[in-house]
Design a protein around this ligand. Structure first.
Ligand code: HEM
Length: 446
C-alpha cells in the first residue's frame, strides 16, 4: 500500500462503476470531474484500480514522472501492430528513438509537411469543385480528411505518396481497427483473463504491417544516405550504427503511418463540423483565409498568419480532443499530490473532462474561439490536447500548422454542412472516432 491520503471513491458499487465507465466513459469522466477536485479512485472487481485525475497540475505531474507512471503496455491487437514504435516503447529504447527521430521534426521537415498538406488540400478542393459542378454534394468528411492527412504525412515523413488508393486502404483499416479497439474490453477485463484476438484484429494488424513494409521497400530503393531529408532517412541512417529490435523500422513506419494522420484527420473533421454549427466563426475563418492565402497555392508560408484559424482549431481540440485521455500505470506504490496511488493502478489523465471543467473554462460547453484571444494554449495548464512531459506529442507543430492551412484552404471556397448530431456518438477507442464517418454536404461559398 502506498503512503499518502486515500483517494475518494465514487459511492456506487464497484461493478456499477465499472459498467458505467465502459458503457459511457465520457459521461462517467465528466461526472467524476464535477465532483472531485483532484482525483478519484474507482475499484474494478478483479482488476487494478482506476484513478481518474481531475486536477490539471496533477495530470502534468504524472506525465512528467515517466518512471513512476509508465505507459500501459499494449495488449491484444494493439500489441500486434507496432510494439517497437515510438508510441509504445519505454525507457532507453524510447529515448534513443526519440533522439533519432527529432531531426525529422525540425524546421525544414515542418515546411515540407505543411507544403504537402497545402497541395493535398488544394487537390481535394479541386475534387469538391468538380463534385459540386456535377451536383454531387454529399461527402464523407472524415474520409476526405483522412485522404489529405495520410497522403501529406507519408510524403513528408517517408518520401512516398501512397496515392488515393493507399489512402482508401488506410481509411478502411482504421475503421476496422476502431471497432476492435473500443475501450470496454481493456478497461475492466481482469488482467488474468486473456482476451481472445479476433480474426478481424489479426487482419487489421497484418494489413497495417503490409502497408508499412511496402513503404519501407519503396524507400529502400531511393534512400540517399548522403542527403537525409525526411524522418525515415534519419531512422535508416541510425539503423546502421546501433542495435535495434527486430522489425524496428517497420514498426516505426506503421506507428507514424497511424499517429501521423489519424488525430489530424479527426480534429480537422471535428473543427469543420463545429464551424458548420457556428456560421459566424466560419465567416471569420473565410475572411482570414481570403486575406492570407488569396489565390496563392496554400502552404507553409501562410500557416503563421492564419491566427484566428489557429484559435478555432485550438478550441475544437478543447471540446473534441481526439486523444481524449492520456493513460498511465503506477509503477510501484506512488503518491500524487499527496494521495496514495497503489502499484499497478491505471491512471487516467483525461483531456475530455478537464477541458470541459468550468473551474478552468467559462461556459465550458460553448464553442467559443474568442476565449483564446488573449490566452495561449500553454504547456502546463488545463488544456493539454497534445499532452506534456517527455512523451508529449512530437508532431504538435506539424499538426497545428497543417490544420491551419487545410482548414483555411477549404473554408475559403466552400460551405461544409454537417448534421447537428454528427459528433454525439463517438467511439471511445484510444482516440475518439466517428463510427460511421461524418456525412457532410458541400456547396460553393459566396
Ligand atoms: C491534432 C493532432 C494530434 C493530437 C491531438 C496528438 C496528441 C498526442 C498526445 C496526447 C500524445 C501523448 C500520448 C501519450 O503520452 O500517451 C501524442 C504523442 C505522440 N504523437 Fe501526437 N497528436 C497529434 C498529431 C501528431 C502528428 C501529426 C504526429 C506525427 C507526425 C504525431 C506523433 C506522435 C508520436 C510519435 C507520439 C509519441 C511521442 C513519444 O512518446 O515520445 N502526433 N500525441
Amino acid at each position: 500500500m502506498s503512503q499518502g491520503q486515500r483517494l475518494p471513491n465514487p459511492p456506487e458499487a464497484g461493478i456499477v462503476n465499472a459498467l458505467r465507465f465502459t458503457r459511457t466513459p465520457l459521461r462517467f469522466l465528466e461526472g467524476i470531474q464535477s465532483r472531485y477536485p483532484d482525483a478519484a479512485e474507482v475499484s474494478v472487481p478483479g482488476g487494478p484500480s482506476i484513478v481518474v485525475v481531475t486536477n490539471p497540475d496533477l495530470c502534468h505531474e504524472a506525465m512528467d514522472r515517466i518512471d513512476d507512471f509508465s505507459r500501459v503496455p499494449a495488449s491484444g491487437a494493439a500489441a500486434l501492430i507496432a510494439e517497437n514504435g515510438l508510441v509504445q516503447t519505454e525507457g532507453d529504447l524510447w529515448q534513443r528513438q526519440r533522439e533519432t527521430i527529432a531531426p525529422g521534426f525540425g524546421s525544414d521537415p515542418l515546411r515540407t509537411y505543411v507544403d504537402r498538406v497545402g497541395e493535398q488540400t488544394a487537390r481535394l478542393r479541386g475534387e469538391w469543385a468538380d463534385a459540386v459542378e456535377s451536383g454531387d454534394t454529399d461527402r464523407d468528411l472524415h474520409r476526405d480528411m483522412t485522404t489529405v492527412t495520410v497522403r501529406a504525412a507519408t510524403e513528408a515523413l517517408f518520401g512516398t505518396d501512397i496515392g488515393a488508393e493507399g489512402a482508401a486502404r488506410m481509411h478502411r483499416l482504421m475503421r476496422q481497427a476502431g471497432a476492435e479497439f473500443e475501450i470496454s474490453a481493456t478497461a475492466i477485463t481482469p488482467e488474468w483473463l486473456p482476451l481472445p484476438l479476433s480474426d478481424r484484429a489479426q487482419t487489421v494488424g497484418e494489413g497495417l504491417k503490409t502497408m508499412g513494409e511496402e513503404i519501407l521497400e519503396t524507400k529502400r530503393a531511393d534512400h540517399d544516405p548522403e542527403n537525409p531529408s525526411d524522418m525515415l532517412d534519419f531512422l535508416m541512417l541510425a539503423e546502421q550504427h546501433a542495435d535495434w529490435p527486430e522489425n524496428h523500422l517497420r514498426d516505426q513506419v506503421v506507428t507514424f503511418l497511424i499517429a501521423g494522420h489519424e488525430t489530424t484527420a479527426l480534429s480537422t473533421t471535428y473543427t469543420q463540423a463545429l464551424m458548420s454549427w457556428h456560421p459566424e466563426v466560419r465567416e471569420k475563418v473565410r475572411a482570414e483565409a481570403r486575406e492570407v492565402i488569396g489565390d496563392d497555392d496554400p502552404g507553409h508560408e501562410h500557416a503563421q498568419k492564419l491566427t484566428y484559424t489557429g484559435q478555432v482549431f485550438t478550441e475544437a481540440l478543447r471540446l473534441y480532443p481526439p486523444a481524449w485521455a492520456v493513460i498511465r500505470r503506477a509503477d510501484g506504490d506512488q503518491t500524487l499530490g499527496g494521495y496514495a496511488v497503489d502499484d499497478g493502478s491505471i491512471v487516467f489523465l483525461p483531456q475530455w473532462s478537464v477541458h470541459r471543467d468550468e473551474r478552468f473554462f467559462e461556459n465550458p460547453a460553448q464553442f467559443d474561439p474568442s476565449r483564446w484571444d488573449d490566452r495561449g494554449p500553454g504547456d502546463k495548464g488545463p488544456y493539454f490536447a497534445f499532452a506534456s512531459g517527455p512523451h508529449a506529442c512530437i508532431g504538435r507543430g506539424f499538426a497545428i500548422n497543417g490544420a491551419r492551412v487545410a482548414l483555411a484552404t477549404l473554408t475559403k471556397d466552400f460551405d461544409v454542412d454537417v448534421p447537428r448530431d454528427a459528433l454525439s456518438d463517438l467511439l471511445v477507442t484510444p482516440t475518439l472516432r466517428p463510427g460511421d464517418g461524418v456525412d457532410a454536404t458541400i456547396s460553393r461559398a459566396e
